[in-house]
Design a protein. Structure first.
Length: 566
């Protein structure tokens, strides 16, 4: 009597995969009986599984009792778990059929993880503590191990979790103490699934000081460029701080306080992208504006085109810049990530050595781009885009462009600001006028201090200081007060026409203070006010007086009075 038998085993490697991974199958066939078997046929119902082999046969196609035959195939994992069955049949020497089957399941996993750092933006007083909430979520169908959160700017937000089950989340609080400057920080989470590389995500949160509350709406970055040293350039509004690219620009006199002088060959500033922050990644439907003050170098003709601010991503078609072109006119070139492009030019020669205010506007609602110089629109072109202007890798370049031959700017820059909307012509005109008056974009109060007599006074004679206070912003101000570091008391104001104790945009409040001088005096007047959003605004002005004992210095004034009697 004979006892024919056959056994089949199917193995998969790996047993858990991700979409697109390769699965290698091995089918092992053994003769478990006591007679040799012929007509061995192995079949696998898995589409795409073309069997190779068998190996282990001595070449006679008979599965002998001492042999083990091995077959193999490989497939690419799709989106669903892979469940398949292999079967084997054979016949013994009596032509009786024996058979077997084996099934294996490969788990196709879809791991994912998300992190949210909230609030997205917040405004705090200088020196205060900033609080965050971190929420991580396993968005996949597979448990994650060794989950870690890292936050370089907020170490208190670092955390680890041994496991994070599928479709579940964890939340916790963390803080940064003694915040004295605005910043952007990214929290990054990583987790290990049972197959494939770690899954990661990143989210950024922005913090600004309450000083920035008085800035124009939808301002997203503002580099005043007042630095007198170092290699970092502070974003007053949020934390998009710039760093030297190549050589650092040189501190210089700006249009408003300080500025930065670029050498036209090597100097520049880079504002690197912050993971999780999309501040400069405008979509095809977004409007935006970019404004700055420039003064070209004494010998500059803007030859070869010179970039004030721009961005270029070599991995896409993204390419935009604002600056001056050959011949000295302002230029705004805007190309999206798909290559849709438009350009607009100004008419004023910027190479005359004086300060100019330049604004580039992308007005999505009107499908146009515009260029303004010194408060006047000088060019407008139709511009329709199908893609956005985002990049995860390209830095924002200031004073150059990261594209050979690099288009370095020769001259001084000041007051560079970016907005998430199209500035109106009236706003642009106002910013130009305020800059001419030495005021910056976020200044919502101004003081102009004068003295009578002016410049020189006789020893012991009185001087009367007059302080004219105005509101160049867009909201009435309360709690307005004027102080003088040398003269007191300062009088109550005149000019509150509607008697509401608020400095309205149309009003000029006038204060006075008198004192006798016995020595040369430089004194500073300071005005402060409270913005309705909660920020304190302030401004200062200085007057110098010389004291003399020479009564004859009045003589020219007497002679003038005699020649030109009233």
């Amino acid at each position: 009597m004979i006892h024919p038998d056959i056994d089949i085993e199917k193995q998969a490697d790996p047993m858990a995969v991700r979409v697109g991974d390769t699965v290698n199958y091995t089918i092992i066939v053994d003769n478990d009986g006591d007679v040799d078997l012929a007509n061995v046929d192995v079949d696998d119902d898995l589409a795409g599984c073309t069997l190779s082999g068998p190996s282990g046969d001595d070449g006679n196609l008979i599965l002998e009792t001492t042999e083990t035959w091995t077959y193999g195939c490989s497939v690419t994992a799709g989106t669903e778990d892979i469940v398949n069955t292999a079967t084997v049949t054979a016949t013994d020497q009596l032509s009786e059929t024996v058979s077997g089957s084996a099934q294996v399941t490969v788990d196709v996993i879809h791991p994912g993880i998300e992190i949210a750092k909230t609030p997205d933006t917040q405004t705090v007083d200088s020196g205060s503590t900033v609080n965050f909430t971190i929420t991580i979520t396993n968005t996949g169908d597979d448990p994650l191990e060794d989950v870690s959160v890292l936050d370089a700017r907020a170490p208190d937000c670092d955390n680890t979790f041994a496991t994070l089950p599928a479709r579940q989340g964890r939340s916790y609080s963390c803080a940064v103490a003694n915040v004295t400057d605005g910043f952007i920080n990214s929290a990054r989470v990583a987790g290990t699934p049972q197959a494939g590389a770690d899954v990661t995500d990143v989210d950024a949160a922005k913090v600004r000081l309450d000083d920035a509350l008085t800035c124009p709406n939808d301002l997203i970055a503002y580099w005043k460029l007042d630095e007198t040293g170092g290699s970092t350039y502070d974003d007053f509004h949020y934390g998009h701080d710039g760093e030297c690219a190549g050589t650092c620009p040189a501190p210089a006199t700006g249009r408003v306080n300080g500025g930065q002088a670029f050498d036209g060959s090597n100097s520049g500033i880079d504002v690197s992208p912050v993971p999780g922050d999309d501040s400069f990644d405008w979509s095809a439907q977004d409007s935006f504006s970019i404004e700055f003050w420039l003064q070209t170098g004494s010998a500059s003709t803007c030859a070869g085109n010179q970039v004030v601010v721009g961005r270029d991503d070599s991995s896409t078609s993204l390419h935009w810049w604002i600056g001056c072109r050959n011949g000295g006119g302002a230029n705004f070139r805007l190309t999206d990530a798909d290559g849709d492009s438009a350009g607009v030019r100004g008419t004023t020669d910027l190479t005359d050595g004086i300060w100019h205010h330049v604004v580039a506007v992308r007005d999505a609602s009107a499908s146009r781009i515009r260029i303004y110089v010194d408060g006047t629109e000088e060019g407008s072109e139709s511009a329709i885009y199908s893609a956005g202007f985002g990049s995860t890798t390209a830095a924002l370049n200031v004073g150059w462009l990261n594209l050979d031959p690099y288009y370095h700017f020769d001259g001084t820059l000041d007051e560079l600001a970016l907005y998430d909307r199209a500035l109106s012509p009236d706003e642009i005109g106002q910013h130009y006028a305020e800059g001419l008056a030495g005021r910056w974009y976020c200044q919502d109060i101004a003081i102009d201090k004068t003295a009578s007599p002016q410049g020189t006074v006789l020893l012991g004679d009185p001087v009367t200081y007059v302080y004219a206070v105005t509101n160049p912003g867009d909201e009435p101000l309360s709690d307005v007060s004027v102080g003088d570091d040398k003269c007191s008391p300062v009088s109550a104001p005149e000019g509150d026409d509607d008697h509401d104790n608020q400095l309205d945009l149309s009003e000029t409040w006038t204060y006075t203070c008198s004192m006798s001088l016995v020595t040369d005096t430089i004194n500073i007047a300071t005005v402060t006010g409270l913005h309705p959003l909660g920020g304190t605004v302030s401004h200062t002005d200085t007057v110098s007086m010389r004291v003399t004992t020479d009564r004859n210095f009045y003589l020219p004034l007497v002679l003038i009075a005699q020649v030109f009697p009233r």
